[in-house]
Write a protein that binds this ligand. Sequence first.
Ligand SMILES: [Zn+2]
Length: 334
Amino acid sequence: MAADGHPRMPWLAAALVAFILLMIGSRSAALDHPFESHFAIVVSGADSALARQTVAVLTKSHQEMASASGVWLPDTVRVIFVGRTQSFDSIVGGHFPDWGVACAVADENLIAVRSPRDYPITQAIPEVLSHELAHLHFEAVVGHHRPPRWMNEGYAQQFAHEWKYGDDWVVARAVFMDQALALEDIDGVNSFRDAKARLAYAESYLAMGYFLKTYGWEGLMLLGRSLREGGGWNDGFKAATGADYVTFQKEFAKHLRDNYSWAAFLGDTVLFWILLVLIFIVLYLMKRRRSALKLADWDRQEKIEDVLYSPFERAHEQPGESPTQEDEPPPATR
Ligand SMILES: [Zn+2]
């Protein structure tokens, strides 16, 4: 593998530490299931703290996936944290999108992650690791079959709990603008730019959620088994769910329209109330500004009247007399 072409002593030390930790971590998991003893994690390119965290996260994630599906990863998983001095593309063997943080290579049981020591990764590392492990696990569920990308990504995101803040808006805006992606188009996600890729991932998450809600985990496992045993996608889908795939896609598109129209979206979220409060604040500020303008107008009117009428008032005044004298009471007599 390309990572071996850049041997560095700290890497080797980190890998050794990680491997020892892994053996400790996986042995306790091994008690739960006999196949577990084959599952191991080897980490390279990470310092000891990161390697320890990686082993702990992956061991826990694997247990969750295995107990949910009854499918265990049979082999050693290698995790490579890729630094700036290395080519990510050469390690994963293909063109990797700029926005990508990590990649799972199922054929090699490999997870490659951009090193958080070298790259400003905003996503939490445990989330990234669980996501990539779920891709490897999905491969174990479906065998060599390659299901549509949305299902693979949706599966990974469900395990990594990756519904991000703002994803609701991304989908709602796309539905409103009639730009929601058809599920089959998500296959090309690696060539999408940032915003479109985010929409593709959000839709994948929703599509998998919709699938699980409609057909249950059992439906997914039935489909997985059918694919694993060499069945085709359309037949397997129909056998597992009772619906054909084209119908499922149409139903999901309708599900998006029904749940992410602006009216449904706003009526269902706290954003509606935030918007309502904002409207009241804007109305209040407009009212205050109108009152201030009216007062200023009156003030100006008064000044104009003063200028216009004061010469007439002065014309009634007696020369040499001041108004104050006129108003004064007559002098007191003794
Ligand atoms: Zn993914």
